[in-house]
Structures are given as structure tokens and as C-alpha cells.
Design a protein around this ligand. Structure first.
Ligand code: NAP
Ligand code: MG
Length: 502
């Protein structure tokens, strides 16, 4: 049993109560016990945090520190995440319902990502523009500069990882940041606040405001002192944020929802593809933006494939997420559980066949948690709600197809375009299919491999912009063209050909 924690807001280097004195409780989705009492940021707190970040960017030491100094601070955060890995993983389990196996991996990957971002911070990303100007005549430089004050808003499915994925590149680029974690999972972000204090960042560079989307979140998005919004969450909220940002033409990066198609070709290694399909949809109870939630099977192979898939799905163990033998923990919240159950009802109503699952476990140990059984619908048509909308739970929609062309058409017939996968023993054939898929990440005989070194993001309504790698870093930078005249004379000036008398 973990003792209940208390968390305050982190503003301008200090931990403080909300101006209103308001707090909220973060709950363990397994047993509904209170994990933490947390200060609830309101509009006054947002004003204070933005003022601190603004001051730190406009006049503070941070943007003027050397890249190496900034890099060393980020590296120190990575080291501290490693030092505290046990506590962070245990906390993630009770706050989010993540299994301990996933949480340990999350903490390890958070430290690894922060280490990578620390390396990006040490590099001067400015470079000469080749092929423009001549030596002795002019020089042209592409100067990359931070944008300013970044507001980062994150969801509840990978709380620590998401916090690092936002803070790392935003800081590596030299910005100052205000982070708002999800109301459902604020704890590990607040532990990061204490790490940041220990490491000794200049004050105001990082501010963390736990609170609610419609309060602190929306207030941040609208605040004129914020230059850029980096949001991960649902497409619905993403669209709302983009509309709010339009008034000031604020820069936005939006990492939103998905309905990723997982295509099994008729020459796939069946055992591998069955296991891969399970991993794609059931990892973290299906609460992954790039979950393989639409399984496309060749009609001829479907009966054999489904027999294996259903038999193996029956073996999945729901249970206490802190028990290493648990495969699936609870969903994050009661409302998420109700949402997923609502979609299961939609699937039944629209005539899909419920092959396994579909219910809420009634068993004593699980009854208090927000569980949903791993669920597979077969006979799904791509026009059904369970094929078009993101469910964000352990619900797989299986769609049969006749030809590779039809599989590609079905995969691309979606408002989303975040992830996709192809299973085949023939790499050339798989590659030919992968090249036709309109999605930001495509795996061949794999799933869920996301790296801080490779661009990640969505086509279509899955988002705008990319995270990770240089592509992701540059989303946090402005590009300045610097032209330097080297001649210093009136010669060769085009001014005289156009306007200015010689
Ligand atoms: P969400 O409801 O969109 O919330 C995401 C964040 O936005 C939360 O911090 C939320 O605050 C905040 N928010 C809500 N309304 C807001 C508003 N009006 N103004 C500003 N902020 C607001 O999403 P979620 O349910 O937490 O997460 C699940 C969704 O995230 C899924 O759709 C999933 O696909 C998506 N996701 C995408 C990626 C990706 O990289 N593409 C990764 C993970 C998840 P609260 O704390 O009050 O909820
Ligand atoms: Mg919680």
C-alpha cells in the first residue's frame, strides 16, 4: 500500500497551492482509493505560470545559456528518472492503472528519451544555406531559434513518457514550458517537478500545472503570453484547441486519435501475426493512440486466424496491475469504462458478431476496478461506428477482405491516419502495401515501436506536425534566414535596377 501523496502547483521554481485553494483527488482505477490530493490550477495560476515562463524566456538566463549547459541539465533529469525508477513505476501503476510491466518499460523509456533530448540540446542546429550567395559577396545562414513560451497539454495513457516527450524537445530547443498533465494522472508529472527542483533549472523555465482541461488547459491555450501549443489527446479537443489558437495564429502541434489498420496478408506467419494482432490492440488495455484497432484479414484465412486469436485472447489475465502476472489492468476511469461499453453496445446493434468478451468482469477482486474484458468483434463492416471511431479500449474490430488492393482501400478509408501494420513473409510485398498506406507510422511484422529518434505523428485527422527526431525538435523552433552582405559596396546591388537612383 502506498501512502497518499500531496502535490502542489510548480510555478517559477516553487511549489505552491492554487490561488483559489482548490484541490482535486487522483484515484487508483483498480480499487478507487485516493492516490493523491492535488492542487487544482485555475486561471490566476495560469497567469502566474505564463508570466514566469515569459520572464524566464525574455530576460532569464535559459535562452542565453550555452547549449552544453542546457544539455547537462536535461541529462541530469534523465539520470534522476533512472535513480527513482522504482517509485515512479509503482506510482504510475496506482495512478493510471498501467500494469507494472508496462510502467517499468515506460520509466526506462522516459529516461532514455530524456537522454536523447539532452544530446539534441547540445547541438547547434543553425547551418549555412548552400548554393545561395558567393564567397566574398554574401553569406546566408539558416538560424534555428526557440519559439518562446510553450504550453504542453498531455493525456493519461502514458503520463510520465508524455511529460518527457513534451518537456525534452521543447527545452532542448531552448523554450520555456508550462505543462498540464491529465486530471486523471497528475502524479508522475509532479514527481518530475521535484526532480527539476533538485537538478536546479533556472526558475520559470519549467512550470507544471495539474488541473482540468476546461479550466487550466483552455486558459493556457487562450493566453496571449503563450507562443506555441503542443497537445496530445483526442481529435475532438485537438480541433477545439486549434480553433482557439487561430485568433493569435499560435503555432500548434497536435497528436490526436487513431483507428489504425492492421493488415494480415495471406502469406503471413500466422502464429506471429496472431500474437502481433493481440499486442497491437490489447497493450495497455487498448488505450494507445496507435493501437491496431481494425484487423484486416484475408477472407480465406479468417476462420483459422480467428480461432487462434480467440483461443489466445481467452488466456489473457485481467487483474491487479501491480501484479507482474497481470496482462490487462483496468481502464483509467469510470467514464472511459462507460464509453468503451457504449461502443460495444453500438457494435452489437449494428450487427457485428461478438466473438469474445464484451462485458465487465463481476468477480470480487475486479469489481471495484474500471475493467473491460478483451473484446473481439468479427463480421465488421468498415462503415460501422466500431470501425470508424476511436474506442480507446480493448475492443478489436475484424474486417474481412478479398485482395491486397481492397485491404489498402479499407485501411485508407478512415478519417484517421496515425499508425498501420502489415504482416507478410515477403518483405517486398509488405513494403509495396506499406508504401500505399496513408499513416504516419507503418510497421512490418511489428507494432507499438515508437522511438524518440523517428518522426511520429498523424496524417489526416490524427494530427498536425511530428514529434521526435530532428523533425520533432524543429516543431519547437522558428527558422530564421540570416543574410549577411560581405561586399560592403554599391556594386552589384539590384536596388539600382529597380528603385533607388544611383
Ligand atoms: P483529451 O480528453 O483530449 O484530453 C487530453 C488533454 O487535454 C488532457 O490534459 C485534458 O485535460 C486536456 N483538455 C481537455 N479539454 C481541454 C480544453 N478545452 N482545452 C485545453 N485542454 C483540454 O484526451 P484523453 O482522453 O486524455 O486521451 C485520450 C486521447 O488522446 C485519445 O483520443 C488518444 O488517441 C489521444 N492520444 C494521442 C496520442 C498521439 O500521440 N497521437 C497519444 C496518446 C493519446 P483533463 O485532464 O481535464 O482531461
Ligand atoms: Mg489517477
Amino acid at each position: 500500500m502506498m501512502a497518499m501523496r500531496e502535490y502542489k502547483l510548480f510555478i517559477d521554481g516553487s511549489l505552491t497551492d492554487a490561488s483559489s485553494g482548490a484541490t482535486f483527488e487522483s484515484v487508483n482505477p483498480f480499487d478507487q482509493s485516493v492516490v493523491a490530493r492535488v492542487a487544482r490550477a485555475g486561471s490566476e495560476d495560469v497567469h502566474k505560470a505564463v508570466a514566469a515562463a515569459r520572464e524566464a524566456f525574455d530576460r532569464g538566463p535559459w535562452p542565453r545559456m550555452s547549449p552544453q549547459e542546457r544539455s547537462a541539465l536535461l541529462k541530469a533529469v534523465s539520470d534522476k528518472i533512472n535513480e527513482r525508477s522504482k517509485d515512479l513505476a509503482a506510482l504510475e501503476v496506482v495512478d493510471s492503472g498501467s500494469t507494472i510491466r508496462k510502467a517499468k518499460e515506460d520509466v526506462y523509456l522516459s529516461a532514455r528519451s530524456m537522454n536523447y533530448f539532452s544530446k539534441l540540446a547540445a547541438i547547434d542546429h543553425s547551418a549555412p544555406i548552400e548554393g545561395l550567395g558567393k564567397p566574398g559577396f554574401s553569406r546566408n545562414v539558416l538560424v534555428r531559434e526557440p519559439i518562446g513560451v510553450v504550453a504542453a497539454i498531455i493525456p493519461w495513457n502514458f503520463p510520465l513518457k508524455m511529460a518527457v516527450w513534451k518537456l525534452g524537445p521543447a527545452l532542448a530547443a531552448g523554450n520555456t514550458v508550462i505543462l498540464k498533465p491529465s486530471e486523471f494522472t497528475p502524479c508522475t508529472a509532479m514527481e518530475l517537478a521535484s526532480i527539476i527542483q533538485e537538478v536546479g533549472f533556472p526558475k520559470g523555465v519549467i512550470n507544471i500545472l495539474p488541473g482540468f482541461g476546461h479550466e487550466a488547459g483552455e486558459e493556457l491555450v487562450k493566453h496571449p503570453g503563450v507562443d506555441k501549443i503542443s497537445f496530445t489527446g483526442s481529435t475532438k479537443v485537438g480541433k477545439h484547441i486549434m480553433a482557439l489558437a487561430a485568433g493569435q495564429l499560435k503555432k500548434v502541434t497536435l497528436e490526436c486519435g487513431g483507428k489504425s489498420a492492421n493488415i494480415v496478408l495471406d502469406d503471413a506467419d500466422l502464429e506471429l501475426a496472431v500474437d502481433g494482432a493481440m499486442y497491437a490492440i490489447f497493450y495497455h488495455q487498448g488505450q494507445c493512440c496507435e493501437a491496431g484497432s481494425r484487423l484486416l484479414l484475408p477472407r480465406s484465412l479468417a476462420p483459422t486466424f480467428l480461432e487462434k486469436l480467440i483461443a489466445k485472447t481467452r488466456r489473457l489475465r485481467l487483474g491487479d496491475p501491480s501484479d507482474p502476472s497481470t496482462d490487462l489492468g483496468p481502464l483509467v476511469s469510470k467514464s472511459q469504462q462507460e464509453r468503451v461499453v457504449g461502443y460495444i453496445e453500438d457494435g452489437k446493434r449494428e450487427g457485428a458478431r461478438l466473438a469474445i468478451g464484451g462485458g465487465i468482469p463481476k468477480d470480487g477482486l475486479l469489481a471495484k476496478g474500471f475493467f473491460v474484458e478483451p473484446t473481439v468483434f468479427t463480421g465488421v463492416s468498415n462503415t460501422m461506428k466500431i470501425a470508424r471511431e476511436e474506442i480507446f479500449g480493448p475492443v478489436l474490430s475484424v474486417i474481412a477482405y478479398e485482395s491486397d488492393d481492397e485491404a489498402v482501400a479499407l485501411a485508407n478509408d478512415s478519417p484517421y491516419g496515425l499508425g498501420a501494420g502489415v504482416w507478410s513473409k515477403d518483405q517486398d510485398r509488405a513494403r509495396a502495401v506499406a508504401d500505399r498506406l496513408r499513416a504516419g507510422t507503418v510497421w512490418i511484422n511489428e507494432w507499438h515501436l515508437i522511438s524518440e529518434k523517428a518522426p511520429f505523428g498523424g496524417y489526416k485527422e490524427s494530427g498536425i506536425g511530428r514529434e521526435f527526431g530532428l523533425e520533432g525538435l524543429y516543431e519547437y523552433m522558428e527558422a530564421k534566414h540570416l543574410h549577411i552582405d560581405e561586399l560592403g559596396s554599391r556594386e552589384k546591388k539590384t536596388w539600382y535596377d529597380t528603385v533607388v537612383p544611383k
